[in-house]
Write a protein that binds this ligand. Structure first.
Ligand SMILES: [Zn+2]
Length: 42
């Protein structure tokens, strides 16, 4: 389960905010908006 380093919140993958940016899928904290990582889309 991802933990946000900005607000120390624990979130399930379903709770995270996803944002597509070209070939990347960016994942943000739903609370503070901090970027939690980026993934390559397939
Ligand atoms: Zn956060």
């Amino acid at each position: 389960m991802p933990t946000c380093s900005g607000c120390s919140g624990d979130f399930t993958p379903e709770e995270l905010v996803r944002h597509e940016d070209g070939p990347l899928l960016l994942v943000h904290c739903p609370d503070c908006g901090l970027s939690l990582g980026s993934y390559r889309r397939r």
